[in-house]
Design a protein around this ligand. Structure first.
Ligand SMILES: Nc1ncnc2c1ncn2[C@@H]1O[C@H](COP(=O)(O)OP(=O)(O)OP(=O)(O)O)[C@@H](O)[C@H]1O
Ligand SMILES: [Mg+2]
Length: 228
């Protein structure tokens, strides 16, 4: 059974009188343990697609099953439980909490799950070290560069040991060296812990390190929709 199974998915956005056809008939299957890049130009529908995969948003038409369950049959509570327990998100705009330090931002998902402060702190410190941010743990987001905030958001996505990480342009604000460090970390977790990674990018530097490339253009998959 595929982890993600999309059949003929469309997604429209309504902007006043106009309709934007963000996805126009997407078929995509992704298995557990895959390492997949969604690759395409700005506006091609990458974020839209990732939001559907993460059950943050719903398709306009078509069938979407996550781990064999039709998303239309899931209640809002079931969807949130699925997101909180299984998925780590790296958002394109980071979505860090501005009044919290880097450390507190990364501790938050664990504390929401009921972990003790000591345990949350230990895990969060470990993840922040992995992304090379041990020196900045007490800084708030406003006191960090875009690339540093991006790394905090990656540490936050990983701290729950999710089985699926959905990352929207995880290396967009990073210099080459840091981008490669992040992608190597993602690959290591993919191989060691069998974490599934689905991420969007238009970063050419990363493409040679990716096992499967799904090419999106104008709301359609033009390459890589079927597993090789
Ligand atoms: N909330 C929204 N309301 C209206 N239109 C939207 C909305 N979100 C996205 N769109 C439109 O849908 C299309 C696909 O957008 P999407 O954000 O998925 O592209 P993307 O590939 O992630 O682009 P980028 O690389 O710039 O992040 C674009 O035409 C965009 O303007
Ligand atoms: Mg996007």
């Amino acid at each position: 059974m595929a982890l993600i199974d999309m059949k003929n998915i469309t997604k429209d956005y309504h902007l006043g009188e106009t309709v934007v056809h963000a996805l126009r008939g997407v078929d995509l299957q992704i298995d557990k343990k895959e390492f997949v890049a969604i690759w395409g130009p700005s506006g091609s529908g990458k974020t839209t697609l990732l939001n559907l995969i993460g059950a943050i948003d719903e398709p306009t038409t078509g069938e979407l099953a996550i781990a064999g369950k039709d998303v239309r049959t899931l209640s809002d509570n079931q969807k949130s439980a699925h997101r909180n327990e299984q998925i780590g998100f790296v958002f394109q705009g980071f979505n860090l909490v501005p009044v919290l330090s880097a450390l507190e931002n990364v501790m938050l998902p664990l504390q929401i799950k009921g972990a003790s402060t000591a345990e949350a702190r230990k895990q969060a410190l470990g993840r922040l070290e992995e992304v090379g941010l041990s020196d900045l743990i007490h800084n708030r987001p406003a006191k960090m560069s875009g690339g540093q905030q991006q790394r905090v958001s990656i540490a936050r996505a990983l701290v729950n040991d999710p089985s699926l990480v959905i990352a929207d342009e995880p290396t967009a604000n990073l210099d080459s060296e840091t981008a490669h460090m992040i992608i190597d970390l993602m690959r290591e977790l993919n191989q060691k812990d069998h974490t599934t990674f689905i991420f969007s990018t238009h970063d050419q530097r990363l493409l040679d390190r990716v096992k499967r490339l799904v090419r999106l253009e104008d709301g359609k998959i033009v390459n890589g929709g079927q597993k090789q």
